[in-house]
Design a protein around this ligand. Sequence first.
Ligand SMILES: [Zn+2]
Ligand SMILES: [Zn+2]
Length: 324
Amino acid sequence: MNQNDAGLMEVQFWGVRGSHPAPLTPDYIRQKIASVVQRIRPADVVSQDSRERFLATLPEDIFSTPGGNTTCIEVRPNDQNLFIIDAGTGIIELGRKLRAGTIPNQEIHVFFTHFHYDHIQGLPFFVPAYNPGVTVHFYSPEPDIEFTLKDHMKHPYFPVTMQDFMTKKLVFHTIPTDTPIKFPGDVTVIAHQVRHPGRAYGYKVQNLDRSAIFVPDYEILQEDFLPSPEAESFFFGADLLVLDTMYTLGEAIEKINWGHSSFSIGIEFAHKMQVKNLYLFHHEPVNDDRRMYTNLRSAEWFAQRMVGKKIHVFLAEEGKIVRL
Ligand SMILES: [Zn+2]
Ligand SMILES: [Zn+2]
């Protein structure tokens, strides 16, 4: 992600999978290439232009992939703050991309929705945290955040510890829920508790009139459709909602109490909260790319039929940048 224009919020997805990483298999890559070759006609390869036109016609599940890394999102609410939501394996590539000039005031703020493996397993490989000139702030409403993070980076799980090898400028913050935390340039972050085994939180990042909400793990149930002042003040009217929509409705019914939502319930919930743009997120790792884009088509159809043009539904894909 490049330098922001003043006042423009940017969100970039670095890891979009739930539960565990899902790299493309050699077999699957061969299938994708074979599907491309089958589609080529002689006229498609006569010039650079015809090749580009041909590539543009390929379905996204063949020419692209939503990505296999676990949860990590970069948020730049303005040019003064760098926020990261969760440290799944997506944070590893983000860390490699961050250069001194791309870290405002040499400060990075990492917010944890919870500490399940898929949300922390990239942290030991986050290169900027080993730079002594960088300050890394860690946030969670959980009081034992410092113990939890330090405890997962030690022998026999990992060869080096946070306290001996990462920057000495690690700061651990236990923050209250449903309370705005202020950052430079009229930016606030609010944590809100959601239903998930062992508790999880969502985060809302607000810059003046723009708001983006990140809720990677959340099992939405019937009672979430009842009036709730806290939930409404957190979710209502958001420009962007990145939401756990791991399942189809049938899978969610089968996997009740597993802690995740379906895209259809997610769309109904986002509609109730008058969210403008919904990103399907925390993708089921056993779903192949074709299945994920099929789910997206079903979600678009459902949104059209159920709630009309009031909500835009997208699939979170690695590398995608959203500007608000
Ligand atoms: Zn998860
Ligand atoms: Zn979880």
